[in-house]
Design a protein around this ligand. Structure first.
Ligand code: UD1
Length: 428
């Protein structure tokens, strides 16, 4: 139960390097088992979700070696088809990508129902729909999802809603199916394209990723590859908003500006300066911010994973801003905590109404989920006084060295063990 202690009110200044994309990494790592050989994956973020994925791969029989801080060599030659238990799968949502990957490799997979952030109801009906359409049967019993097929045959699937997870699982499951699979109403997020590029580098035949129709022609076998994961658009966006909220001046490096367009455009709208170049974006904060309205939508709309962080900026904007959550049922779990810091926010269902206030004041707050935690970090950085952010295990699931990166930008932040063993010893 570690926590971050932030003495707020310092402007962030300098350059921050962005790590590899969490949501791409957690799709690509399970896909490695399809290679049947040795793959080297670079730009892997050092975050808890990746550690869990690597533990699952090791549980399946992969030999894993870290080549440096962000490169990993995975030998998938001895992968076995064994169930993935609750203790491993419960920590991350993306553990369900092993369903698609194992199904493609062994025509069978048994994985505990996935965990991840509590953002409301998160069914997996669209994943199952696609597996069934490929010819597999599914049973959910004792908390385990079991999928089996005598063979997988190419199919046409129309997703009832745009879902990142089901699109990825469908790509994984169909990559070796006989014939052509067509996915319609597919998600278009950058990590979908990255997974397609990765699978193609292993010999897959996938076209159209990044549009709403993806065509996958099944191949007989796949090969080894070396691959570099794209930068994390949400980590980059989080530092962009943190720069603005602290009225700072930060260069966010190692990014793909195109992936950040919805965030850059909203930051400009409220009054920050955003200057793009090849692999960098510079955010120069304003002294005051204007109100705005945001509705989260599938890519290329405004990402739901940036909604809490943007709220932490809008609480300080002049006037009334309206945030509408268009993806998840329960993504305002940070609101209560921001109120403790002086924010004026009311929530009705999937809509939050934010009345801008002059300032936030530091308080003891708890991260309810990953991006809620990021929002509290931003609020703590801009607030006057000290903020203690608890439950930082959520933040560490998705942000590499967040405290160190912020410190390098001038933030006054420390990570404390809780309970603090030294303090406990002193008070007896
Ligand atoms: C992924 C991301 C997450 C991001 C989200 C939306 C990963 C590991 N996580 O989550 O960071 O916030 O996309 O961009 O990449 N749904 C169904 N049935 C299904 C699947 C989804 O009804 O079978 C619903 C969900 O409840 C949600 C919506 O579809 O309301 C979108 O979910 P989805 O895009 O699948 O999100 P995740 O893949 O879970």
């Amino acid at each position: 139960m570690d926590k971050f202690i932030i003495n707020g009110g310092r402007q962030l200044r300098g350059t921050v390097n962005i790590s590899g994309a969490k949501n791409a990494a957690v799709a690509i790592l399970p896909a490695v088992l399809l290679s049947g050989g040795v793959c080297v994956i670079e730009n892997v973020p050092q975050i808890k979700d990746v550690t869990i994925d690597l533990k699952i791969l090791a549980h399946l029989g992969a030999d894993i070696r870290l080549l440096n801080k962000s490169a990993v060599r995975i030998d998938a030659r001895r992968i076995r088809n064994v169930p993935i238990p609750y203790e491993l799968a419960r920590h991350i949502r993306a553990s369900y990508y092993f369903l698609g990957a194992l199904l493609a490799k062994f025509n069978h997979a048994k994985v505990s129902m996935p965990g991840g952030c509590d953002l409301g109801d998160r069914p997996i009906d669209q994943h199952i729909k696609c597996f069934k359409s490929l010819g597999a049967e599914s049973v959910i019993e004792h908390g385990m999802v079991e999928i089996s097929a005598s063979s997988l045959v190419g199919t046409q699937v129309y997703f009832d809603k745009v879902t990142v997870g089901a699109t990825i699982n469908a790509m994984l499951a169909s990559v070796k199916a006989q014939g052509l699979t067509i996915l319609e109403n597919a998600a278009k997020e950058p990590h979908i394209v990255d997974l397609a590029n990765f699978l193609n580098s292993m010999g897959a035949d996938i076209m159209g990723a990044g549009t709403d129709v993806i065509k996958i022609r099944g191949v007989k076998s796949m090969c080894e590859t070396n691959y570099t994961i794209i930068p994390d658009q949400i980590e980059a966006g989080t530092y962009m908003v943190a720069a603005a909220a602290t009225k700072g001046d930060v260069i966010i490096k190692g990014i793909i500006p195109k992936h950040l367009e919805p965030i850059s455009s909203k930051l400009r709208k409220v009054g920050a300066q955003v200057v793009e170049s090849d692999e960098c974006v510079r955010v120069i904060g304003a002294t005051e911010y204007e109100r705005t309205n945001i509705k989260t939508m599938p890519h290329p709309g405004f990402p739901t994973d940036m909604q809490p962080q943007f709220a932490a900026l809008l609480v300080l904007a002049k006037g009334t801003s309206i945030l509408t959550e268009g993806i998840f049922d329960n993504r305002f779990r940070y609101v209560e905590e921001l109120r403790r810091m002086g924010a004026d926010i009311s929530v009705d269902g999937k809509v939050a109404v934010i009345e801008g206030v002059e300032r936030l004041t530091g308080a003891q707050v708890k991260a309810a989920d990953l991006r809620a935690g990021a929002a509290l970090m931003i609020a703590g950085l801009s607030a006057s006084g000290t903020t203690q952010v608890e439950e930082i295990r959520h933040i560490e699931r998705g942000y590499e060295d967040m405290d160190l990166k912020l410190k390098a930008l001038g933030a006054d932040i420390v990570k404390r063990k809780f309970p603090d063993v030294e303090v406990m010893a002193r008070v007896g």
